[in-house]
Design a protein around this ligand. Structure first.
Ligand code: S3P
Length: 170
């Protein structure tokens, strides 16, 4: 079983993913961490030293490698499914894509003090988030197989998702 979590920065892909993988007893992979380990650089360093386009290329390369696994919960990056080719790669690998849908205001609150995400290190952060969110929302919807209302605490959501996945409801 390959489960991919997608959605905006701060929607809980990593925390829900980690809990979900634990409950389902399968491996958890965070794509950003996977890339950071391979490159021996942080995402911020990759953006600064090599540029965003190179980071996006590394994401596609990572997906191809990860789709060779038998089973895993994979937390994608917030921009991963903006590239339809990445969505295609996930589907070719028989992964099911879940969109963790969290309201804009909650994301703005969760991300207000973030120092790690290169796209957010700008003035007017609330506006930057709003613009990006509006540009991306429909693409998350289009990319996913299942949309999850994901405003609730991550452990509760992971438990609920695991139960529904086991029952083949989602
Ligand atoms: C990005 C989201 C980040 C990371 C990179 C770019 C994006 O992942 O991949 O900073 O374009 O939204 P998270 O969603 O895990 O923060």
């Amino acid at each position: 079983m390959k489960i991919v979590l997608c959605g905006f920065m701060g929607c809980g892909k990593s925390s829900i993913g980690r809990n979900l993988a634990k409950i389902l007893n399968i491996e958890f992979i965070d794509m950003d961490n996977f890339i950071e380990k391979k490159e021996e650089l942080t995402v911020s360093e990759i953006f600064a030293q090599k540029g965003e386009a190179e980071f996006r290329r590394l994401e596609t390369e990572a997906i191809k490698e990860l789709m060779e696994k038998d089973g895993a919960v994979i937390a994608s990056g917030g921009g991963t499914v903006m590239n339809p080719l990445n969505v295609e790669e996930f589907h070719k690998g028989n992964a099911k894509i879940y969109f963790l849908d969290v309201p804009l205001a909650a994301l703005q609150e969760r991300l207000k003090n973030d120092r790690k995400r290169p796209l957010l290190q700008k003035p007017n952060r609330r506006e930057v988030i709003e613009k990006l969110y509006n540009e991306r929302y429909d693409k998350y919807l289009k990319a996913c197989d299942v949309r999850i209302d994901a405003g609730a605490p991550s452990l509760w959501l992971a438990k609920r998702m695991a139960e529904k996945i086991r029952n083949n409801e989602i």
